[in-house]
Design a protein around this ligand. Structure first.
Ligand code: MLT
Length: 321
């Protein structure tokens, strides 16, 4: 009856990953939040890859075989050159999502973490604060040894992912406490790794002021600086979705995600749409700035003196055909 929960604080650092029944891969800011959003609004298969080159190559392959992929992701938080979309949830809308039969996605940490978890052979689910309850519920159908792989940042822990890991652990505790009440003859316990205990502490320190807490993270500060402040609020919408993006392998051994559960919780839907509508000032509203070159954006992200208000620029959506 014992459960085990283990948290890996960052992808790319552990030589040996623990043997688990299932992985929950977390990148709150922003890859798994965007992935959740993709499926919330009806997206089809999404291929997470490890590099921008691999993403471009796979997109070409799909196009040559008659598929209609959309290419999305980020480097330093901004859309890589030639990509259709960046990695902001406000880049996604039902039109650009549904007009493609798949997505190819490359991000600095999130898509790397998904592939790393997949390499262990255990089932993999993408989790974020937006879908953490649904993701955990589904994960428990695979067994009692749960691994949470945080994507982290620069091969180090990130505050936002650790916070989300803590939210998942708290929910597991609550679920088991409830089961123990109903069935006191079979008490269920959880063995927590030290990293799991730390994550729980982070969650408990921040759950009453989630947005304020997320804003403490280094990546949140960075995203605010480059004009993506509204993404933070969006990524903090707890359990706004019930989609469970789960990893599968196609006939050529390529990893792809598809949703194994229902749609966004209808009760929250209007809230989500409003938040998207009021969201990123970088989105389609400022066409003047949409022609800035990728190098220029990249330089901005490295500069400490540039003012974000001069760079509300990112509009990489392709014109509709
Ligand atoms: C990542 O994979 O590191 C990200 O999701 C970064 C971002 O979206 O800014």
């Amino acid at each position: 009856m014992n459960y085990e929960i283990n948290v890996i604080f960052s992808c790319g650092v552990e030589a040996f990953l623990p043997a688990v029944d299932v992985w929950l891969v977390v990148d709150v800011l922003r890859a798994t939040s965007v992935i959740t959003r993709w499926f919330e609004i009806g997206g089809a298969e999404l291929f997470p890859v490890k590099s921008t080159d691999e993403a471009r190559e796979l997109t070409r392959t799909f196009k040559n075989s008659g598929r209609n992929p959309i290419l999305m992701g980020e480097i330093n938080g901004i859309p890589p050159e030639g990509f259709d979309l960046g990695n902001s949830p406000s880049d996604l809308n039902p039109e650009n999502v549904k007009s493609h039969d798949c997505a190819v996605m490359s991000t600095t940490n999130g898509t790397v973490a998904l592939n790393e978890a997949a390499s262990t052979g255990s089932p993999v689910i993408a989790a974020s604060l937006r879908n953490y309850s649904a993701a955990l519920d589904h994960a428990l159908t695979f067994g009692k040894k749960i691994g949470i792989m945080c994507s982290g940042r620069k091969r180090s822990p990130s505050w936002d992912d650790t916070l989300c890991a803590g939210a998942i652990i708290k929910r597991l505790q609550e679920l088991l406490a409830q089961k123990n009440l109903e069935d006191p003859e079979h008490i269920r316990k959880i063995f927590m790794s030290d990293s799991a205990k730390i994550s729980l502490l982070v969650w408990e320190s921040g759950e009453s002021n989630l947005l304020g807490c997320i804003k403490r993270s280094e990546h949140a500060v960075y995203l605010e600086r480059i004009g993506y402040a509204n993404d933070l609020e969006f990524c903090c919408q707890l359990d706004a979705a019930t989609v469970v993006p789960m990893l599968f392998t196609d006939e050529r051994g390529r990893n792809f995600l598809k949703s194994v559960s229902g749609n966004a919780n209808p009760y929250r839907k209007s809230q989500i749409q409003n938040s998207i509508a009021n969201s990123n000032p970088n989105s389609n509203s400022n066409p003047e700035n949409s022609n800035l070159k990728f190098e220029e954006l990249l330089n901005y992200t490295k500069s400490t003196t540039a003012k974000p208000e001069n760079y509300f620029f990112i509009n990489k959506s392709k014109p509709k055909k």
